[in-house]
Design a protein around this ligand. Structure first.
Ligand SMILES: [Zn+2]
Length: 430
C-alpha cells in the first residue's frame, strides 16, 4: 500500500513540475532548446546494472555511462540473468522484449526497476540479444544488449510435433564443448532425461516438453518447471550429480508437473479441499480456507491440527522406485497431484507397496484414503473433460489412469504383482 501511495505522490509531483515548466517555458520562445527528450531520459536513467553469469558464477556489473552512450550494443561475456535500473523518476515504463519491470522505492527520490527470471539463474532471454525499452509518456529509449544465449546440446527437434522426437536440450553458461568434457557419460544422462519425458508424453498422448535448459551456474541443485511453459530446467549440478536412473525419474516427475497444470487439477476446489484434509488441517481452520481458495499456504502457516494421512508419504517416488530419494507429496498441492499421477503411472506397484507397510491400521487408512482420492480425481477430470470439445487426449488418458487404478484398489482380493515382496496371496491371485 505504501508503495502505491509513494508512486502516486511522485506522479503528482512530476505532473505539477511538468505543468510549471511548460507554463514558464511558453512565453520564452528565445530560450535555446535543451537536449532532446529522448536523450534527457537516457541521462536520467543511466544507472544500469546487469546480473550476469560468467564461468558458472553470478556477478553484478554496472554499465558505465560511456557504454550507455555508445551507439553500439552493450556486450556481455556471459548471459544476463537479471537487470536492475535506478532512476529519480518513478513514472518510467521499462520492459525487456515486452516483459515489464517491477518498480519499488529505493530511497528519497530514487526508484529501483528490476526484472529477474522466475527460475533463479535462468537467462532473461535464450537468444543472443535483447532490447530494453525505457519510456515515459513523451520519450522512449531502447538499449540493445548482446549476451551469450542458450547453446544447443542436441539437434533441433525434427519433426517438431512427433511424440517420438526427444526434447531439445540447451545449455546456458558454458560452451557445449567444455560442458561435454566434464564427463564422458553426458549422452547417457541426457538420454535418461529424454526417456523420462518421452515415457510420460506417450502415456498421456500429448506433447508436454519442448525444451530442457541446463543452467551451468552454482544457483541450485534441482529440476524445475513453470506453469504455462513447455520446458524443464535442470541445474548442471543435478545433471552431473544424480544417478542416471534418478535423472529419468526426475524428468518424469517434472513432465508430470506440466501434465497436472495442463489438466487443471490444482484449480479444482474439491481437490484442494481433499489435500487440506489429507494434510491434517481442521475443516474450520484458516489454513484450510487458504488452501481451498488460493491453492496454497503462506510461508508462516500453522502446522496442521492432526497428523497427515499416510497416503501422502505412500505416493512419494522413493516408495515406487528402488534406490530413489525423491518425493515430497506433502509439501504442497502441486506436489501432491504430481506424485499421485506418478504413482498411478506405476499402478501395478500399488499393492506391493501397500504390503510393505507393517501396521494393518496404516494399510487400512492408505487404502481408504487412496480409494476416495482416486474416485474424486476421476470425477473432477471427467468434469474438466466436458469443457473441451473435442476432449483433450491428456484428460482422456488421465481419466483412464484414475479409473483403472480405482478398479485395482477396490478389488476385494487385490492382485500382488511384485513377487519380490512376500505376501499371503494364493497362486490363483497371481
Ligand atoms: Zn515436484
Amino acid at each position: 500500500m505504501r508503495f502505491h501511495s509513494t508512486v502516486l505522490a511522485a506522479r503528482i509531483f512530476f505532473l505539477s513540475l511538468g505543468v510549471a515548466l511548460l507554463w514558464g517555458a511558453l512565453p520564452v520562445a528565445a530560450t535555446p532548446p535543451g537536449p532532446p527528450a529522448e536523450e534527457q531520459l537516457f541521462q536520467e536513467t543511466c544507472e544500469l546494472y546487469l546480473h550476469e553469469v560468467v564461468d558458472q558464477k553470478q556477478r553484478r556489473t554496472r554499465i558505465s555511462e560511456q557504454a550507455l552512450n555508445d551507439p553500439q550494443a552493450i556486450a556481455c561475456n556471459g548471459y544476463v540473468c537479471g537487470v536492475e535500473l535506478f532512476s529519480a523518476r518513478g513514472d518510467l515504463k521499462i520492459a525487456l522484449d515486452g516483459r515489464p519491470f517491477e518498480v519499488a522505492p529505493a530511497g528519497p527520490e530514487r526508484y529501483r526497476y528490476t526484472l529477474f527470471p522466475k527460475i533463479r539463474g535462468d537467462a532473461l532471454c535464450a537468444g543472443d540479444g535483447f532490447d530494453i525499452q525505457i519510456q515515459t509518456a513523451t520519450a522512449r529509449r531502447d538499449l540493445t544488449i548482446r549476451h551469450q544465449g542458450a547453446r544447443l546440446l542436441s539437434p533441433d527437434r525434427q519433426p517438431a510435433d512427433s511424440l517420438d522426437a526427444p526434447p531439445v536440450f540447451r545449455l546456458l553458461g558454458q560452451s557445449p564443448e567444455r560442458f561435454r568434457a566434464r564427463g564422458r557419460d553426458l549422452t547417457e544422462r541426457l538420454a535418461a532425461v529424454a526417456e523420462g519425458i518421452g515415457y510420460v508424453e506417450k502415456r498421456f498422448g500429448a506433447r508436454l516438453v519442448e525444451h530442457v535448459d541446463i543452467l551451468d551456474v552454482g544457483a541450485g541443485d534441482n529440476a524445475l518447471t513453470l506453469r504455462g511453459r513447455h520446458q524443464i530446467w535442470f541445474y548442471a549440478e543435478t545433471i552431473w550429480g544424480e544417478s542416471i536412473p534418478e535423472l529419468r525419474v526426475m524428468a518424469e516427475h517434472e513432465a508430470l508437473h506440466l501434465a497436472v497444470d495442463e489438466i487443471g487439477l490444482t484449480e479444482r476446489t474439491a481437490i484442494r479441499a481433499l489435500f487440506a484434509e489429507l494434510s491434517g488441517y481442521d475443516p474450520l481452520s484458516l489454513e484450510r480456507f487458504a488452501l481451498v481458495t488460493s491453492g496454497r499456504l503462506n510461508a508462516h502457516a500453522n502446522r496442521p491440527a492432526s497428523a497427515a494421512s499416510p497416503l501422502l508419504a505412500f505416493i512419494d517416488e522413493r516408495n515406487y522406485f528402488p534406490g530413489m530419494t525423491g518425493g515430497h507429496a506433502a509439501d504442497n498441492l502441486d506436489e501432491f497431484c504430481t506424485s499421485l499421477l506418478h504413482a498411478l503411472l506405476y499402478a501395478d506397484r500399488l499393492e506391493a507397496n501397500l504390503q510393505r507397510r507393517l501396521a494393518s491400521e496404516v494399510k487400512a487408512q492408505i487404502t481408504r484414503d487412496l480409494a476416495r482420492t482416486l474416485d474424486l480425481f476421476a470425477e473432477e477430470i471427467a468434469d474438466l473433460g466436458t469443457r473441451h470439445s473435442p476432449p483433450q487426449p491428456l484428460n482422456h488418458a488421465a481419466a483412464d489412469l484414475f479409473r483403472s487404478a480405482a478398479q485395482m484398489i477396490n478389488r476385494p482380493s487385490p492382485v500382488v504383482l511384485d513377487d519380490s515382496v512376500p505376501t499371503a496371496a494364493t497362486p490363483s491371485d497371481l
